[in-house]
Design a binder for this molecule. Structure first.
Ligand code: ADP
Ligand code: ADP
Length: 223
């Protein structure tokens, strides 16, 4: 069965007038798929990512992650699923400035209860994987934008999430660097068979995905 099943998912905001930022979206995502989400600014991309990421709750509809109906869960259960199942990469890397690349990647592992030695081994392996073997002891201000985004990707993968969510992970990078970061995500997706859902403004990057989801005015347009 699909790892993510979305039925009639709607998110309504009330700013004086009521409107649907997401309007009755139906979508199934299979395990291991690499999905690109595209659409104009304001079309609901971030809203959809926030709902799938359990950072926000829908107004109506159902969202199943790994067959669990997350719309029926308590905050505690949601944060457990978030920590166990989901990894996040955002437009800005949000690394902790006073910590090295290695420490930033170790952090979620330590928080989840891993011992220091085991956390270090996993973080080192991931930083090698993203091409930062030589930079593990550098802090964010000693690294380039692309390198920091690589650290953020390693951090997102640290707790072996089955779903990785990228909300414009290449949006703050020049075209060439963004292309390389996107290629890295694609390569990690193939290697680990994790499900990737990535928002991008670039049609050429989106075309490398297994499937493109197009949003317009909170609705998925026919593919
Ligand atoms: P996108 O990511 O495609 O640019 P968003 O999901 O951020 O689109 O936003 C979809 C629509 O919902 C936009 O019109 C946006 O202004 C509105 N919106 C998003 N978040 C909120 C919020 N917290 N409160 C009110 N309106 C919101
Ligand atoms: P993105 O660049 O990823 O589309 P946005 O700049 O649209 O993100 O939104 C950034 C944050 O602000 C999100 O958490 C979104 O929910 C919130 N937001 C967006 N539009 C509005 C709005 N009109 N009112 C309140 N919050 C909003």
């Amino acid at each position: 069965s699909p790892i993510i099943e979305i039925k009639n998912l709607t998110k309504t905001y009330k700013n004086g007038v009521e409107f649907n930022a997401l309007d009755s979206v139906n979508l199934n995502i299979e395990r291991g798929e690499f999905i690109a989400i595209v659409g104009p600014s304001g079309s609901g991309k971030s809203t959809l990512m926030h709902l799938i990421g359990l950072l926000d709750t829908p107004s109506s509809g159902t969202l199943l992650i790994d067959r669990n109906d997350v719309t029926k869960m308590s905050d505690k259960e949601l944060s457990e699923i978030r920590n166990r199942t989901l990894g996040f990469v955002f437009q800005y890397h949000h690394l902790l400035p006073d910590f090295t690349a290695l420490e930033n990647v170790m952090m979620p592992l330590l928080i989840s209860g891993k011992k220091k030695k085991g956390a270090r081994e996993i973080a080192e392996k991931l930083l090698k994987e993203v091409g930062l073997e030589e930079k593990m002891d550098h802090r964010p201000n000693e690294l380039s934008g692309g390198q920091n985004q690589r650290v953020a990707i390693a951090r997102a993968l640290s707790c072996s999430p089955s779903i990785v969510l990228g909300d414009e992970p290449t949006g703050n990078l020049d075209t060439k660097t963004g292309g390389m970061i996107y290629e890295l995500l694609r390569q990690l997706n193939r290697e680990y068979n994790q499900t990737f859902i990535v928002v991008t403004h670039s049609e050429s990057l989106a075309s490398k995905a297994d499937k493109i989801i197009r949003l317009v005015d909170g609705k998925i347009t026919v593919q």
